[in-house]
Design a binder for this molecule. Structure first.
Ligand SMILES: [Cu+2]
Length: 127
């Protein structure tokens, strides 16, 4: 399955602390402004928030609906990665930076930080 084509990534740099002038590489995923698009389903909150800490994703187990925005914010002091191999995403997240990921295909996806052993999680996309 080519589920990597079914992901939308929005990168929003937040100027918190020291941010260097390196331009963001959007990588293989599509970079776009998120439209105000209604998400089908009965979710009360249309945004899932995940804290990227030193060194853990909180929560480690994430559940979202297809098309629902998942916002990762680096609340730590170190750079981490938001890596979802099955969705073709491998993005470095500097302290204070935010990335919003939308996965459209149902399934269970491994979440990993490639910089730190044992820093991982799991995303379940289910309607
Ligand atoms: Cu990490």
């Amino acid at each position: 399955m080519h589920r990597g084509l079914l992901i939308t990534v929005v990168i929003a740099a937040v100027l918190a602390g020291c941010v260097h002038g390196t331009p963001d590489d959007p990588g293989p995923a599509e970079e776009a402004e998120a439209p105000d698009e209604a998400v089908e389903g009965d979710t009360d909150n249309d945004l899932v928030h995940v804290a990227v800490e030193d060194n853990a994703f909180t929560p480690e187990t994430i559940q979202a609906a297809p098309g629902q925005e998942i916002m990762f914010q680096n609340t730590g002091q170190n750079t981490h990665t938001v890596t979802i191999p099955d969705a073709g995403l491998d993005h470095e997240l500097s302290p204070g930076e935010i990335i919003t990921v939308t996965i459209h295909a149902e399934g269970t996806y491994d979440l990993d930080c490639t910089f730190h052993d044992g820093m991982d999680g799991e995303i379940t996309i289910t309607g």
